[in-house]
Structures are given as structure tokens and as C-alpha cells.
Design a binder for this molecule. Structure first.
Ligand code: SF4
Ligand SMILES: [Zn+2]
Length: 120
């Protein structure tokens, strides 16, 4: 048993709480994790050991899976580092917003141009 578990907020608590079957139970487990001094150690352990089911470090199995898939990427526009689960991501969230805006403006320009040609 890792030594950090001695300091766990859930030490001595009913283990079933950490294998919740509904949202209420899940919220109860997270209350323990929120105030736990070894939350990070617990989460790292669960992620690296690929622990299935249960709440560890305040995250469910699905949330831990997502965390595992997050990879550091570098934005092609501003060179900032950001995290994404997408293999095809090219821009950081800030630049993605600008990029969408520019595409919307360009599309609107094309529409107006076509409309202008129709009228003319
Ligand atoms: S983070 Fe949650 S599950 Fe992990 S040791 Fe602390 S209270 Fe227990
Ligand atoms: Zn960027």
C-alpha cells in the first residue's frame, strides 16, 4: 500500500462510497476527495495504474480516461502550448476562436458577393 494512503481523507470510510451507482453517491465521494491532502498522489496512482471503476482523486473512470488522452500540443498560429484530446487539433483555444471568426467573416463575404452578383 503506498504510504500517502495513510493521509487519505477517505481512510476508514466505507469503500462503497467510492464505487458510486448514482450521482448522489458520486457527489458524496467527491466531497471526501475535495478536502483530501493526497488528492494528486491518488489521481496519479489511479491514472498510471489504469485503475478501473471507482472515484480516485475526485475523478470518475471516464474522467480519468479523458485526462490520460490529453496530450500537450503546440499551436500553429501563436506557438503556445495547450492540451487537447484531438489528434487533429492545430490551434490553441484562443486562436481557434479567432480562426472560426475569420472563417465566418469570409463566408459572409462570399454570400454578399454572390448576392451582389445576382442583383447586378
Ligand atoms: S483523493 Fe479521494 S479517493 Fe483518493 S485518497 Fe483522497 S479521499 Fe480517497
Ligand atoms: Zn494559438
Amino acid at each position: 500500500m503506498p504510504r500517502w494512503q495513510d493521509e487519505a481523507a477517505c481512510k476508514g470510510a466505507d469503500v462503497n462510497i467510492f464505487f458510486p451507482s448514482n450521482r448522489h453517491e458520486s457527489a458524496l465521494a467527491c466531497q471526501y476527495c475535495k478536502k483530501c491532502p493526497v488528492k494528486q498522489e491518488c489521481l496519479d496512482f489511479a491514472v498510471t495504474e489504469h485503475l478501473e471503476g471507482g472515484v480516485y482523486g475526485g475523478l470518475s473512470e471516464a474522467e480519468r480516461d479523458r485526462l490520460r488522452r490529453l496530450k500537450a500540443r503546440r499551436c500553429e498560429t501563436c506557438d503556445a502550448e495547450y492540451l487537447s484530446t484531438s489528434h487533429t487539433a492545430r490551434y490553441c483555444p484562443d486562436c481557434r476562436g479567432d480562426y472560426r471568426h475569420e472563417r465566418a467573416v469570409a463566408a459572409r463575404r462570399v454570400q454578399l458577393r454572390m448576392r451582389w452578383e445576382e442583383v447586378g
